[in-house]
Design a protein around this ligand. Structure first.
Ligand code: K7E
Ligand code: CUA
Length: 673
């Protein structure tokens, strides 16, 4: 299409001339002569004018970049997805808790094997995780594109992904918790990444207790994992935990601006039900027992105070981390509770830091707390009493700002910069938009009022606005993370993909408009954060000889011409290079039973010039990215002539990029074939 014609089309569409013609106009509306083509396409494909407008809004031309990158959890796939927005194209899947052969993660190369191994709690050998809540590092409350953290719901672990190369660098088994869920956020200057326990476990950790002693023996923990500012790694020695009651702690958010220094953690099951039977011995399913109370507790944790308590030596060391025991947390004013209705799920802090929005799954309202009032109530000890553990409970009426009726099953809330909250409603399969307090509403609308609702398809969990968890969200896009897709796509068996839906927020001025569906056939995404794409400053290639784990030059890195093989008794060690289209050396002779170390440097410095390295029957598969040096260590226990080859189609002679691992049978094996 020539440029003038194309511009004519755009002009036509912007002037809505297209809408008129596609609605049955004559197709010659004087719009530059191109609208006929568009009309023909629309007619052929059965598209409405609305469809065409939405397509244009979402379209990113070939070769052009998206405005945003979206980092989405992969649920029990254990991985992290990178999606371009608004095009909703999947750009990458980052292997985190689950071995992944494309990235050579967990298939013999030292980087992945080390990360996975070190991420195991003692005595475990985990090969999966359940990723829920990603959190991008922040500076002054803005996503800064340095690192991203994601937690393992199933096994209470935390992973750090370096956004320089979008590879996982560290998995930490968080001490003293067994599971984790929504208590996941980064503080506004990335001092800490926070994670709390989901289901409490017997304390002191390492002991056993029956659930009949749940109240006495089980405890949770609010964990503040210290982030090393140079590397993004978690430093357990400088981290701390706050012991918390055995309520089931759930979603959480960081205080920001006025509330910086605090964390807010919702909970359910303050009933402390355990399933099985109730106090009278009657069968009581966990979900029934956990839904009796009209109020559960929002936990208010003062982490700055927590730091002081630790510094003052009032914390106990337990399994490698400082723990502020519950009694100390109460005495030092680190922990307060606020009644929140009713079996809540989301707890979200607005960009001003003043409002904390709680969605009670079994309550049609969102409850909005005012941090200024919370602070006042804490300072003046305005308590309605204490819970059974002695934790002070602030008076609900003293700290609530408003309740807004949104609809059935409110879960999570996101914000724009105009003073609006957007709450997902699982039961209603919809998103409600409402106003916050007068001080933040910029549109002249009445405060604390529901404004509109948009249906989504279907059963929405989280939702995310662009730059949504920062102090300055953008007002253009929102993504709904829907659990079910039912009839939205071609039938694909009993399990359908989850469905992301892209919604236009129109600068916060609404009405909200659904632009596109995006099926996710690779995991169960829970939450996503959406960052401006230009904040992602990823490397194009590694500096020559980089160890992907440390990001420093590997001690095993070599240049072309330095390849060698050394043997010492039963140990064979080879320094190899990979370059289009050759491994050097390409013949490796070892004896059955020998211990083998291969250090392979991809000496390429060209973007995408990745070479794979795979050996049949040895379960070895790597992705050696340009500039990377990796080490493979194995025992040559299977005799035979094994072809190794490059798994990436890297060059015209890619199929020739291969060699031999010759494992000569031992004398014993040769004698008894
Ligand atoms: Cu609501 Cu795990 Cu954040 Cu799923 S969680 S929805
Ligand atoms: Cu290297 Cu294919």
């Amino acid at each position: 299409m020539s440029k003038p014609v194309f511009l004519g089309l755009i002009a036509a569409m912007l002037g809505l001339g297209l809408l008129a013609v596609a609605c049955g106009g004559d197709g010659n509306g004087g719009n530059g002569g191109g609208d006929g083509v568009l009309n023909d396409i629309a007619a052929q494909r059965g598209l409405t004018p609305e469809d065409m407008k939405h397509a244009l809004q979402q379209f990113v031309p070939p070769g052009k970049y998206d405005d945003y990158v979206m980092f989405s959890s992969g649920g029990h796939s254990g991985q992290l997805l990178v999606v371009g927005m608004p095009s909703m194209r999947i750009l990458k899947q980052i292997a985190v808790f689950t071995p992944e052969p494309w990235q050579g993660y967990g298939y013999g190369a030292d980087w992945g094997d080390k990360v996975l191994k070190e991420g195991n709690r003692e005595g475990t050998d985990l090969t999966w995780g359940d990723t829920h809540h990603p959190a991008i590092s922040e500076t002054a409350g803005e996503y800064d594109g340095r690192w991203i953290y994601i937690q393992d719901r199933a096994n209470g672990r935390m992973a750090m992904i370096d956004l320089a190369d979008l590879r996982v660098k560290q998995i930490v088994a968080v001490p003293n918790i067994q599971t984790s869920h929504g208590g996941m956020f980064v503080t506004p200057n990335s001092e800490y990444v926070h994670v709390s326990s989901k289901f409490p476990m017997p304390w002191p950790p390492g002991t056993y207790a029956d659930v009949s002693e749940y109240k006495e023996k089980f405890r949770g923990a609010s964990t503040w994992l210290k982030i090393d500012q140079a590397t993004g790694r978690i430093n357990l020695k400088e981290s701390f935990q706050v012991e918390i009651p055995p309520y089931t702690q759930d979603l959480a958010d960081a205080g920001k601006k006025v509330s910086e220094g605090f964390g807010f953690i919702g909970s359910f099951n303050t009933e402390m039900a355990t399933g099985g039977v109730d106090a009278e011995g009657k069968p009581e399913p966990l979900e029934a027992g956990a839904s009796k109370n009209n109020f559960d507790f929002l936990h208010v944790v003062n982490w700055k105070k927590g730091e002081e308590v630790v510094k003052a030596g009032k914390a106990e060391e337990m399994n490698g981390i400082k723990v502020i025991r519950l009694d100390t947390a109460i005495k030092e004013g680190v922990l307060h509770l606020i009644p929140e209705p009713k079996s809540p799920h989301g707890a979200d802090v607005d960009p001003s830091g003043r409002y904390i929005v709680v969605g009670g799954k079994l309550d049609p309202n969102v409850t909005i707390f005012d941090f200024n009032k919370v602070k006042q109530a804490i300072d003046s000890k305005d308590y309605e009493g204490k819970d059974v553990f002695g934790v002070p409970i602030l008076k609900f009426d003293s700290v609530v700002a408003a309740q807004v009726e949104v609809g059935a099953g409110p879960l999570h809330t996101q914000f724009d910069s105009q003073g609006h909250g957007y709450t997902s409603m699982f039961l209603a399969s919809a998103i409600a938009k409402f106003t916050l307090g007068e001080d933040v509403v910029k549109t002249g609308e009445e405060p604390f009022k529901r404004i509109e609702t948009i249906p989504v398809h279907y059963n929405i969990g989280h939702l995310a606005t662009a730059e949504g968890d920062t102090v300055s969200p953008d007002d253009n896009y929102m993504v709904a993370l829907n659990k079910w897709s039912i009839d939205r796509f071609a039938p694909l068996g009993p399990l359908h993909p989850q469905n992301f839906q892209l919604i236009d927020l129109k600068g916060g001025n609404g009405p909200m408009e659904l632009l596109a569906d995006m099926p996710i056939g690779m995991g169960e995404p829970h939450y996503t954060q959406i960052m401006k794409a230009d904040k992602l400053k990823a490397l194009e290639v590694y500096l020559p000889g980089t160890d992907a784990l440390t990001m420093e030059r590997s001690e095993f890195a070599i240049e072309a011409g330095q390849e060698k093989v050394e043997r010492d008794g039963n140990h064979v060690e080879a320094w190899m290079t990979a370059q289009r289209s050759h491994f050097t050396p390409d013949i490796l002779r070892v004896k059955q039973g020998e211990h083998v170390m291969l250090h392979i440097t991809n000496i390429e410095q060209t973007r995408d010039a990745t070479h794979g390295f795979a050996i049949a029957d040895y379960n070895i598969q790597a992705s050696l990215e340009p500039g990377e040096t990796a080490t493979f260590e194995f025992t040559a226990d299977k005799p035979g002539a094994y072809n190794f080859y490059c798994t990436e189609f890297c060059s015209a002679l890619h199929l020739e990029m291969a060699g031999w691992l010759l494992v000569e049978p031992s004398a014993a094996a040769a004698a008894n074939p």
